[in-house]
Design a protein around this ligand. Structure first.
Ligand SMILES: Cc1ncc(COP(=O)(O)O)c(C=O)c1O
Length: 283
């Protein structure tokens, strides 16, 4: 952890110097929200969208944060680092309780924590498994309560997979740490937003950039059976960008590697990403 720059409650220091109270509600209840904010070529990707989602997550849990201070800290982490490409992990917790109690004291001081990571963005091919979505019913909040995702993704890893695609009683929701898109007969589909899905920023950017280029992506309710008919499937996230699914273990699929529609969408997204069009903040 040496030399990884972090910030804890406004103080910038190396990660290994940061000390956290065992009574932090982030520690006892996962009573916290977070963001992963990518930057490429010294430019932050969709900064405003990440900050808005962080603010929405705080509002949903009634965590009273100073979002403009948090966004200044994120900018400071990036501008003081020598990194060109990477991401900032930033977390806001309700704070430290005098005693562990489910009922929180509304006067707690929020606790903030962030750090910066050197990261090279590249699309990887992904082998995935399918599983029942065992998570809670507010997956639209980007909270650190991620045990359902952790369990499913590790089970998937034990089956030599890179990711998992989840469904609730056969209806597709999302990936373990990503949103899902698929193509049938040239048409692109993605599950519509609901309380069971994180409103992914890469998902949103891909839909709007594709639209600008005359490619329409349909949002709706889709089943595992629909997915298994797909000629192309990909997952999106701030760190994965677009990752093409090459195999769903245990299932026969119709997946064509480097499918033409996938390649078009990937090119549109990459061009926007690399050219700086997705950046609304220049450091
Ligand atoms: C459960 C889940 N869905 C979707 C996403 C993709 O979101 P974004 O594109 O904003 O990174 C993530 C990212 O970590 C995630 O954890």
């Amino acid at each position: 952890m040496k030399n990884i720059l972090g910030v804890f409650n406004g103080k910038f220091q190396d990660l290994d110097k940061i000390k956290v109270s065992p009574l932090s509600r982030a520690y006892t209840f996962s009573d916290s929200v977070y963001e992963v904010i990518p930057f490429y070529n010294n430019k932050i990707i969709a900064f405003e969208k990440h900050i808005n989602r962080l603010s929405n997550s705080c509002d949903a849990l009634n965590i009273k944060s100073n979002i403009s201070l948090c966004s200044d800290e994120i900018l400071h982490l990036i501008s003081t680092s020598k990194l060109k490409n990477g991401y900032v992990y930033y977390q806001i917790s309700r704070g430290v309780d005098a005693l562990r109690s489910h009922i929180y004291d509304t006067s707690l001081e929020v606790e903030t924590f962030g750090y910066i990571v050197d990261y090279q963005f590249e699309s990887k091919d992904l082998k995935v498994s399918l599983c029942e979505d065992i998570r809670w019913q507010r997956c639209d909040i980007k909270s650190t309560s991620l045990l359902g995702n952790v369990m499913s993704m590790n089970q998937s890893k034990n089956n030599h997979c890179d990711e998992v695609i989840m469904h609730k009683d056969g209806e597709l929701t999302e990936g373990g740490a990503s949103n899902v898109f698929f193509v049938i007969e040239g048409n692109i589909y993605t599950p519509s937003l609901s309380s069971n899905i994180l409103p992914g920023i890469t998902r949103e950017l891909l839909i709007s950039e594709s639209n600008k280029n005359g490619i329409y992506i349909e949002e709706g309710k889709y089943s595992v059976n629909d997915l298994l008919q797909a000629e192309s499937i990909w997952l999106t996230s701030s760190t994965k960008c677009l990752g093409q699914v090459i195999e769903i273990i245990g299932y026969e699929t119709k997946i064509e590697l480097n499918n033409e529609v996938f390649q078009k969408c990937n090119k549109i997204f990459k061009n926007a990403f690399l050219s700086g069009q997705l950046n609304n903040n220049i450091i």
